[in-house]
Design a protein around this ligand. Structure first.
Ligand code: PLP
Length: 489
């Protein structure tokens, strides 16, 4: 340790050793005012942070302060040094990845969660945390028309939810994997299946669980980017004949690139026939089943073993919040439960620490409860429906424009398309669209995404922020057309 620093005396008049309730109130009110203003005017900021790599770090000292600092100074530095490096997910002009929203009720729920600072590892460590989690996951399940046989847990991300699904499926094989592991023993190759359009989290789950990347079979899709069940059947049969052990299938409702929907009922039949675990990744689009006109979206999922949807994607709840349901949580307990003496508790109670790897757990159910109650099912459906309408509007404009081309169906709120002027070959079209993508994002006016579909570079607009209105989509369409004119000139 640096002796000079150690010898320093505290700054006068007094070091910061405790934030009093009065001080908390003063700064808290000011911060709430700042947040309210931000939520209302986030479009004032460039959507994508306009900084170079390392620029924010260079503004920050190499070492932390020896003595505490005035909170007002910290907030001032947040505005001057941190805010410029923020990409504004809250902006109504954010259309990249899947657009998300932190809403008033969810932010206030999060604040209360931080204040209570509950660690919900055991029922005993805060009975309300466990019991509210059970209740809100049940409420959402019923709204999505999923049967009572599913039980829910809240995780941080869909990636972890899908990993839990694969772990439960592996445990369901009854091959002593918990005690003997997967290596150096009499175990055939375990094979998992998902579409080539599935999210990378399915492959990552396989990596984490020792399945091996080669054994995560990425199955071909049809012209609408839906998993082909004939290809899946063929792959499962080929693996079985080779002496491997197929065990897990992940279907997607709302794939990341195009939001395509896999044929769940057919996949469920196949899984039943071959005794495979069926997991449904509905991280983005599952919540669309809240809408009366889409109440049948999850048809076939009643036959699945597990399903995930993310309130932190399209249910107006701030990151992180993923809801995972499975029919046999006991399998997770069999896979993961380890209870040392200091965590023992008596009675038939649900301790969520037994459902996975994590011991400490955030009280996420509180913010979800706030959101579900504040908006109600119809309020949530209203916003989702509006996003779907806006995506349809943009898709119609694209379809009607002579030099734009839509590259995938638009079942929800995401539109994939490209600028395709005449007399340009495929590689020129790719270059023009790449340029458009960069120019638009660098402008700070909007933040859109990109993907590759059928080897064609595609622009992709995902609508999902609660503040996005028709005027923002009109402005985006104008920006797209102006940028197209710029890159072709
Ligand atoms: N599944 C799908 C279909 C996704 O689109 C995503 C992320 O966009 C995920 C899973 C991963 O979500 P998370 O970031 O919650 O792990």
């Amino acid at each position: 340790m640096n002796d000079n620093l150690q010898m320093q005396s505290p700054p006068s008049p007094e070091p910061q050793l405790h934030m009093s309730a009065d001080e908390f109130r003063q700064h808290g009110y000011a911060l709430i005012d700042w947040i309210a203003e931000y939520l209302d005017h986030s479009e004032r900021y460039p959507v994508q942070a306009q900084v170079q790599p390392g620029e924010i770090a260079a503004r920050l000292p190499d070492a932390g302060p020896e003595w505490g600092e005035d909170f007002a100074n910290i907030i001032a530095d947040f505005e001057s040094d941190i805010l410029p490096g923020i990409t504004h997910w809250h902006s109504p002009n954010f259309f990249n990845y899947f657009a998300i929203s932190a809403t008033g009720p969810s932010i206030l729920g999060e604040l209360l969660t931080a204040a209570l600072n509950v660690n919900g590892m055991l029922w005993l460590t805060s009975p309300a945390a466990t019991e509210l989690e059970g209740r809100v996951t049940d409420w959402l399940r019923r709204w999505l028309q999923l049967p009572d046989s599913f039980q829910g847990i809240i995780t941080d991300t869909a990636s972890i939810s899908s990993l839990l699904a694969m772990a439960a499926a592996r445990e369901a094989l009854d091959r002593n994997i918990r005690s003997e592991g997967v290596s150096g023993r009499d175990l055939p190759r375990l094979c998992a299946y998902t579409s080539e359009q599935a999210h990378s989290s399915i492959t990552k789950a396989g990596l984490a669980l020792g399945i091996g990347q080669e054994n995560i079979r990425l199955i071909e899709v049809d012209a609408d980017y839906r998993l082909r069940t004939d290809a899946l059947t063929h792959a499962v049969q080929a693996d079985s004949e080779a002496g491997h052990l197929p065990f897990f299938v992940a279907a997607t409702i709302g794939t990341t690139s195009t939001t395509s929907v896999d044929p769940i009922p057919q996949m469920a039949q196949l899984c039943k026939r071959h005794q495979l675990w069926l997991h449904v990744d509905a991280a983005y689009a599952g919540v669309v089943a809240l809408l009366d006109e889409h109440a049948d979206l999850l048809q076939g999922c009643e036959q699945a073993d597990s399903i995930v949807t993310n309130p932190h994607k399209w249910l107006f709840t701030n990151v992180d919040c993923s809801v995972f349901w499975l029919k046999r949580p006991n399998l997770l307990k069999r896979a993961f439960s380890v209870v040392p003496q200091y965590l023992q508790s008596a009675g038939e109670i649900n301790n969520y620490m037994d459902w996975g790897v994590q011991l400490g757990r955030r009280f996420r159910a509180l913010k979800l409860w706030f959101v579900l109650r504040y908006y109600g099912r119809r309020g949530l459906a209203h916003h989702i429906r509006e996003h779907i309408r806006l995506a349809r509007l943009l898709a119609d404009w694209i379809d009607g424009a002579p030099h734009f081309e839509r590259l995938a169906p638009v079942p929800f709120s995401t539109v994939c398309f490209r600028y395709a002027p005449p007399h340009t070959d495929e590689s020129e079209k790719d270059d023009l669209n790449r340029k458009m993508h960069s120019l638009i994002n660098e402008s700070g006016a909007a933040f859109i995404s990109q993907t590759v579909l059928n080897k064609q570079f595609s622009l992709r607009v995902a609508i999902g922020n609660i503040q996005t209105q028709e005027k923002h989509i009109r402005a985006l369409w104008q920006l797209l057309q102006d940028t197209a004119a710029q890159v072709i000139s």
